[in-house]
Design a binder for this molecule. Sequence first.
Ligand SMILES: Cc1cc2nc3c(=O)[nH]c(=O)nc-3n(C[C@H](O)[C@H](O)[C@H](O)COP(=O)(O)O)c2cc1C
Length: 350
Amino acid sequence: MTIDMMQYEGRKRDHIKWALDHRSQASLGTGFDRIHLSHDALTEQNLKDIKIPSGTLYVSGMTAGHEAAREINDRLALACVENHWAMGVGSQRRDLVGEEMSSTYENWLRFRDQFPKLELFANIGISQLKNLSEERLEKLLFEMNAQALVIHTNPLQESIQIEGTPDFRGVVDQLRLWVQWSKIPVVLKETGSGFSDQSLAKLSHLKPNQLHAIDVSGRGGTHWGRVEGLRAGEGSVAHNISDTFSQWGESTLDSVFAFNRWKTSSASTTQLWVSGGVRTGLDAAKSLALGAARVGYAKPAMDAALQGEDSLNQWMQQMIQELKIALFCTGCGNVNDLQNREGLWKIVNN
Ligand SMILES: Cc1cc2nc3c(=O)[nH]c(=O)nc-3n(C[C@H](O)[C@H](O)[C@H](O)COP(=O)(O)O)c2cc1C
């Protein structure tokens, strides 16, 4: 293993450690508390009959490139299959730009043998696109049998991370090229700072049906400025800078509204995926009512996974049950109904 790879593995381990620290959570909320779902005292549903379609909920990308990730990913994958969730993996920069490739490819083959039915999303950073080889990415997507390629963007994190590479020149053009190249759906995703109107406007040159989805991953949950500040250590310049930017980002709710404005104005067929501070099944219900096709959880899934298989299953079942109760109490018989019924939500000032 090269020195760079050792540093990379250490960084991914640090990220798990610090992302799980409560101080890494955004101090400003998602905005979900401003959304009120209309209670239906005369619901005519049977809670027991309500089904959540497979893949409505997903574990948002977290781990891929280090040895300890294997066990965590296996645990997450097993629970996702059992509970009909989809699963994103963390950045695969190591698989795509590292030197020692065969073991990771073999690992994906083994992973797929073990979890053939899992709906799985590959993951790469937008600033890495310029360094990618088509052959390598194609091989990786094939070995993984990935159902989507998630391209994440993280300018705040790259700016504060000590080893960060905050050079984003040309990323929009790169995105356009890889979206055209990809044979599987491409999803553009933030990592906790969300999307504003100005970012979304830059996507208007993509053909309406080219980008499969945008995962807004807004502010309100894990805050990557804070994670990098904690990692750098108290008293360090990076830590001080992360304090300055601790409230930076578009909240998940504002990102959803920006997405809905963009979608209407661009007549796009791109789906809305919501993550970033989603902490309950009720948050998921609100996201779906606002138009989400899927809803993702990162930190809470990692917390539960590290506690063990039973805790992870219990946590997933709680998320599903809370979502079902929200459907039942809004009088909706299924997710489609929640996504499409007019007048189901309103904004309140909490
Ligand atoms: C430990 C950890 C590692 C992460 N690594 C990645 C990654 O490699 N690629 C990515 O797109 N997002 C990554 N994320 C970001 C999440 O997918 C998500 O966008 C963000 O944490 C907000 O969701 P949350 O508030 O539910 O944690 C990571 C999150 C955590 C907690």
